[in-house]
Design a protein around this ligand. Structure first.
Ligand SMILES: [Zn+2]
Length: 82
């Protein structure tokens, strides 16, 4: 198996674009929303859910999340809360 070392750059990509703190939550929103909130060249970077919602000026909803596997937990919690 090929070993991949984690460069400082890879670590930096886990820091929030806005508050520069480590992003602990993994989620994917729809491409259109991300492109609107995060202009190039920062689209490979990450944002906290709270920082992203501050950028777009409204809360992020389950409907904003893409079908990515990493969103399953959020969908489950949203369904459980209904
Ligand atoms: Zn943040």
């Amino acid at each position: 198996m090929k070993k991949t070392s984690l460069s400082a750059n890879a670590f930096r990509s886990w820091l929030c674009l806005d508050c520069n703190k480590l992003v602990g939550e993994l989620y994917m929103v729809h491409n259109g929303l991300w492109e609107q909130a995060v202009p190039p060249p920062h689209q490979k970077r990450m944002l906290h859910l709270a920082c992203l919602s501050a950028r777009i000026g409204r809360p992020i909803t389950v409907e904003d999340l893409s079908d990515a596997k990493c969103n399953d937990g959020y969908r489950w919690f949203a369904g459980a809360a209904r």
